[in-house]
Design a protein around this ligand. Structure first.
Ligand SMILES: Cc1cc2nc3c(=O)[nH]c(=O)nc-3n(C[C@H](O)[C@H](O)[C@H](O)COP(=O)(O)OP(=O)(O)OC[C@H]3O[C@@H](n4cnc5c(N)ncnc54)[C@H](O)[C@@H]3O)c2cc1C
Length: 301
């Protein structure tokens, strides 16, 4: 992660200030506020603001006049009930705003989550920084043979060296052309046009604000092992902020969403038959081979 000395001192200045408020604040998240959590080689995610806490979820669910807290154990029970039964609107009462620095190809996946408010760094107005994501050698993997959307074995030896060289060289070269085209003593091409041939591993930045319900939806999809590593690591860093912010909701989320498995009606029937002692194999199960494999993997069999 590379923050300039000016950016670092802006963060320190912001962290040195404090305001009095009657609103709920969360000490563990206040501790993290404004601090950049490093992700990938030059990226980061940092919380710049938030509204609400676990009690706000409870307060909204009960539509109460006070802060909503009776006893922590009651709040916990209610939050778990809401999560278990997909009663989502109380979670929408909490909001969080992040500043994220991420490669353009990760941003392209991320922006598909439409239920957030986004403002991206303008490459029409400003010049893009010369920063590219280059995977660490252990993340430079070959195409998976089994999964068309995944990675297989890590590249080694000459192949790894050649690929890393190509990634660096292409990014450097297109950035050099970008600068050449922008040159005011040369063509002076408009920034909005010159940016078009930058490589997708160039870093961009945005402010990204969402509510807790939609954040959980994002995290469920992007902290999942099926998500691409480069977006998953952002989701994992954000999970740490959520854990600090709303520990009860976070615990319910990890239990009922992140760690949970959905069984179809057919799968449930298979499970019932197995529990009744029937020795069942895939052909007689009524499940496709893939469903069967996924279900057995979920059951650890
Ligand atoms: C592992 C993985 C692989 C993927 N592969 C591909 C791929 O190959 N190609 C591809 O194009 N995308 C792919 N995606 C993106 C995926 O299809 C979704 O676009 C993305 O995950 C955002 O999900 P979402 O729409 O539920 O989120 P959000 O946009 O945040 O929406 C949240 C929920 O709000 C509702 N909603 C939001 N907007 C609308 C609307 N306009 N109309 C109706 N309901 C709405 C829906 O219920 C939605 O689930 C992939 C995602 C993952 C996690």
């Amino acid at each position: 992660m590379s923050l300039t000395p000016e950016q670092t001192s802006e963060i320190h200045a912001a962290r040195a200030q404090s305001q009095q408020t009657r609103r709920a604040t969360v000490p563990a998240l206040e501790e993290m506020l404004f601090t950049a959590l490093p992700v990938l080689d030059h990226g980061f995610v940092r919380v710049v603001d938030y509204m609400g806490d676990d009690a706000a979820v409870v307060q909204a669910a009960r539509v109460s006049y006070g802060r909503g807290t009776r006893k922590t154990s009651e709040d916990e029970g209610l939050i778990r009930y809401l999560m278990r039964h997909w009663h989502s609107t109380p979670f929408e009462m909490c909001e969080i705003k992040y500043h994220v620095k991420l490669p353009i190809f990760v941003a392209r996946q991320w922006i598909r989550h439409r239920t957030a408010n986004v403002n991206e760094y303008s490459a029409r107005y400003s010049i893009m920084d010369k920063e590219f994501y280059i995977p660490a050698p252990e993340h430079l993997a070959a195409q998976s043979a089994e999964n068309r959307q995944g990675r297989g074995a890590v590249l080694e030896g000459e192949d790894a060296v050649r690929v890393l060289g190509l990634l660096r060289q292409d990014a450097e070269q297109t950035y050099a052309h970008y600068e050449e085209m922008l040159d005011e003593d040369g063509p002076g091409l408009a920034r909005e046009l010159a940016r078009m041939n930058l490589t997708l591993n160039t870093y961009t930045q945005w402010y990204w604000k969402t509510d807790l319900h939609n954040l959980f939806h994002f995290l469920r999809l992007r902290a999942d092992r099926h998500a691409q590593y480069e977006i998953r690591v952002y989701a994992e860093a954000m999970l740490e902020t959520v854990k600090a912010w709303v520990p009860l909701s976070y615990a319910a989320f990890t239990d009922y969403r992140l760690g949970a498995v959905t069984l179809s009606a057919k799968m449930l029937e298979v499970l019932r038959r197995m529990l009744a002692g029937e020795v069942l194999e895939q052909p007689a199960s009524g499940l496709s081979k893939r469903e069967w494999t996924e279900m057995m993997a979920a059951l650890g069999r």
